[in-house]
Write a protein that binds this ligand. Structure first.
Ligand SMILES: C[S@@+](CC[C@H](N)C(=O)[O-])C[C@H]1O[C@@H](n2cnc3c(N)ncnc32)[C@H](O)[C@@H]1O
Length: 260
């Protein structure tokens, strides 16, 4: 086995992101929040601009912040293909979602694709929410989604295996993705090993290994934390069709405002 790299921390994992994650079915949800926000939107952990670019194309003014220069390089490459009006509405910034500063305030700050779970420590989580509160207009909204923890998945002693998932990557290469994850109940962290087996057009096969750790939040932990950081929760949805949160919902999508 090769040395595992942090996921999104090299150009290869950034370049295949859009090939593997084509749609999470979440664009209409984030777009409707951004449209009703009445002000610019900020996406934290915007990655390759999967959501940010369609929002800018729809006429919205958006800023995307991400810690990975590799993911941002993909987003910049895509943005360069857009017309000048879209380019003028979309700003990409390298930075940490737990420690950012902008001159302006936003009508909507959103954290899609469960990226908030990448923040493992309480300090990072609180600091991110504090930064959001600092950067929202008085009537602005914060929205973020995390996995609804599946207990059967989390308590399995041998961990959880995903895949194989096969897709076509850049330059027509065939990619097979598998993952093994193990949850630690004491830290509420899931450590996931991801590996990709790649066959290029000449038939040469290589393997690439990555590591990702996610904190698993429970419903009332999120509610307490959001309230402690000065937010009033307006809605908790269980999916992007805005169904009410239930025990078997796939997501926990929180929408809130700064408490008066
Ligand atoms: C699952 S991707 C999500 C990308 C995009 N939001 C989407 O919906 O397709 C997670 C992103 O989080 C970024 N990330 C990880 N830690 C971060 C941090 N502390 N601050 C900002 N971005 C971070 C990674 O670089 C990666 O682009």
């Amino acid at each position: 086995m090769t040395q595992a790299l942090p996921l999104y921390g090299d150009q290869w994992s950034a370049d295949i992101y859009d090939h593997e994650v084509q749609s999470l079915g979440d664009l209409p949800f984030w777009q409707s929040l951004a449209e009703s926000a009445g002000g610019p939107a900020l996406e934290l952990a915007c990655g390759t601009g999967r959501l940010l670019l369609p929002l800018a194309r729809a006429g919205l003014t958006v800023t995307g912040l991400d810690a990975s220069r590799f993911m941002l390089a993909v987003a910049r490459r895509k943005l360069a293909q857009e017309d000048h009006q879209v380019r003028a509405r979309c700003r990409l910034v390298e930075g940490n979602m737990s420690g950012f500063t902008f001159e302006e305030n936003f009508g909507l700050i959103y954290i899609p694709a469960r990226s908030f779970q990448i923040l493992l420590s309480r300090d990072e989580q609180r600091s991110c929410l504090d930064r959001c509160a600092q950067h929202l207009r008085p009537d602005g909204q914060l929205a973020l989604t995390v996995f609804n923890p599946r207990l059967d998945f989390l308590i399995s002693p041998e961990g959880h295996h995903d895949g194989p998932n096969e897709f076509v990557g850049p330059d027509g290469m065939s990619v097979v993705h598998e993952a093994h994850s193990q949850y630690d109940r004491a830290s509420q962290a899931l450590a996931a090993d991801w590996w990709y087996v790649v066959r290029d057009e000449q038939g040469a096969v290589t393997r690439r290994d990555y590591r990702l750790e996610l904190h698993y939040f429970f419903r009332f932990e999120m509610e307490w934390m959001l309230e402690a950081c000065g937010f009033e929760i307006e809605a908790l949805y269980g999916d992007f069709e805005r169904n009410e949160f239930a025990a078997d919902s796939p997501e926990m999508i929180f929408v809130g405002r700064k408490a008066p």
